[in-house]
Design a protein around this ligand. Structure first.
Ligand SMILES: Cc1cc2nc3c(=O)[nH]c(=O)nc-3n(C[C@H](O)[C@H](O)[C@H](O)COP(=O)(O)OP(=O)(O)OC[C@H]3O[C@@H](n4cnc5c(N)ncnc54)[C@H](O)[C@@H]3O)c2cc1C
Length: 491
């Protein structure tokens, strides 16, 4: 173990979400003295990670690899569980497919290949799992999952962060709250050797042998959103923490870290149009409105604007928020009828639907032109092809000659009462960030590692472009958190 800094630390970890805490715990396992600097006060700690649904995407070759993760499931129950298989190659292909081939192939390969060992490690730490409800369907006795999206943490992001903080505190990791990092310190050779922190007492410098940045994206900073994502993003609702405002990202760029990835891109999902402007820990992720593959989605002109059934929801939800924001007044409505309303996920309970017996009445209550809504529904209904509707898989039940098309789960909207939910786009996190290599070292603009500096989680770029496969964010932070924690201790 190398010498500590004069402040007594081997490692400074910036941030206190999933990426930061997995880094700190890994470094601590090797005996390092670690300090975690969290900008938020204690009661608001945990970043976006605390708001999450706790879904971790990971690779597995068979159901036998899932069983050690769920020791609480009785032997007889396993016969009714269908998780398919999700080998690392498929995880990798999903990353390639949803990002249009732009994801960094080396980083995505590491993400896919290390995902299973990471989920085992988290289980060993005491993280408890349950079946994800969102992308599973019960058919008779069978519970069927979309492969790759099988487990979420018990009590979601709250459960995840509670466990990680508890283990961190028990293992002697120091967490300093209301400690906002504003600058990275370098020695004469350019090695990162500490940070400047702003606390309620003022500014001070803290030194360590290495620094790991895990401070999230810039989605909660309206000025940076407009600068990088464009003016449409100025007033967008922020789904998670208000503390991810990008100053650490900027501090890294200021010392020459390389910006990489989709700086104009972000993860944005359909959310309740009446959601609060920034994430609320009483609601966490429950403002999401993700059952649109079974609904008809129209804008304030009564027109459809996306293929609601383009793919499984886990592969479209992260880009659909952007499509809604691009509509007039950034507003849309998800309309269900009695054939589909039971397919709404439970989180819709946090909102107030508008219910009506006729389309005319529904349109009036939503403030839409009844003629426009009737026209859209008639055209849609006329285009629906016959076939078997199956919400558990891409059923190919599509429309003919409709623009935009409906590729799966097309059913006529003809069984009143109709039930509509107003939605807008909510930003989750930003895709652009600083470049790391497969060792989680931060690279400069000439592709050389900046000595002493590592990064993981949403502060890094190069993974996601235009779109995102559900559950990959937490896994990305944890996989590279473990790598960063291990390597930074060797400094
Ligand atoms: C509502 C919601 C639901 C989600 N659900 C899922 C899901 O189920 N599965 C999934 O994979 N992903 C999900 N995500 C995305 C997910 O949040 C992330 O990918 C992951 O949690 C990011 O972890 P992180 O540690 O990089 O960032 P964060 O958890 O946001 O942590 C960043 C930390 O840095 C701190 N910080 C910021 N600036 C400073 C500074 N200057 N100095 C010191 N500290 C600073 C913050 O306070 C915070 O503690 C969801 C996001 C939201 C908002």
């Amino acid at each position: 173990m190398p010498q500590k800094s004069r402040d007594g630390y081997h490692l400074i970890v910036v941030g206190a979400g999933n990426a930061a805490l997995t880094t700190a715990l890994t470094a601590r396992e090797q005996g390092a003295q670690v300090v975690v600097l969290e900008k938020a006060p204690k009661e608001l700690r945990g970043g976006n990670s605390r708001f999450t649904g706790g879904l971790f995407r990971f690779a597995y070759r068979s159901i036998e690899e899932i069983t050690p993760l769920r020791p609480d499931v009785l032997a007889a129950e396993w016969e009714n569980i269908d998780v398919g298989t999700y080998p690392p190659e498929r995880f990798y292909q999903d990353m390639m497919r949803v990002t249009g081939g732009l994801t960094d192939p080396d980083l995505s390969m590491v993400l896919a290949e290390r995902s299973y060992e990471t989920v085992r490690w988290l289980t060993g730490l005491g993280v408890r799992w349950e079946w994800t409800v969102l992308w599973s369907v019960r058919q008779g006795d069978q519970l069927r999952f979309n492969p790759g999206a099988v487990l979420e943490v018990e009590n979601k992001g709250i459960g995840l962060t509670n466990t990680l903080f508890r283990v961190a505190e028990e293992s002697g990791i120091e967490v300093q709250y209301q400690s906002k990092v504003v600058r990275l310190l370098q020695d004469r050779r350019g090695r990162v050797c500490g940070v400047t922190v702003k606390t309620p007492d003022g500014f001070h410098d803290l030194r360590a042998r290495a620094v790991v940045l895990a401070s999230g994206g810039f989605q909660a900073n309206p000025e940076m959103r407009v600068r990088y994502l464009g003016p449409d993003w100025n007033l967008v609702k922020v789904r998670g923490t208000r503390f991810n405002t990008g100053e650490v990202l900027q501090a890294a760029l200021d010392i020459g870290a390389q910006p990489v990835g989709h700086w104009a891109g972000c993860h944005a999902t359909p959310v309740d149009a009446n959601s609060p402007p920034v994430g609320d820990l009483a609601l966490t992720d429950r403002t999401n409105r993700l059952s649109y593959p079974f609904a008809l989605m129209v804008n304030v002109e009564g027109k459809r604007f996306v293929d609601e059934g383009e793919d499984l929801g886990q592969y479209t939800y992260a880009k659909t928020g952007r499509s809604i924001l691009a509509q007039p007044r950034s507003l849309a409505f998800q309309i269900f009828d009695q054939k589909t309303v039971h397919l709404r996920e439970k989180r819709y309970e946090t909102g107030k639907p508008v219910v009506a017996d006729t389309l005319d009445e529904l349109a009036r209550r939503l403030g839409l032109d009844p003629a426009a809504l009737n026209r859209t529904v008639q055209e849609f209904n006329a285009a629906v092809r016959d076939g078997e509707f199956d919400p558990s898989r891409k059923d190919g039940k599509s429309t003919a000659g409709l623009e935009p098309p409906r590729s799966n789960w097309a059913q006529r909207i003809d069984s009143p009462p109709f039930v509509a939910y107003p939605v807008t786009g909510g930003i989750t996190f930003t895709f652009g960030g600083i470049k790391i290599d497969t060792q989680a070292r931060v690279l400069d603009t000439e592709d050389n590692p900046i000595p002493g500096l590592y990064a993981t989680g949403e502060v890094t770029g190069g993974f996601f472009y235009f779109n995102y496969p559900g559950g990959a964010g937490l896994m990305r932070g944890a996989v590279f958190g473990r790598i960063a924690g291990r390597n930074a201790v060797g400094e």
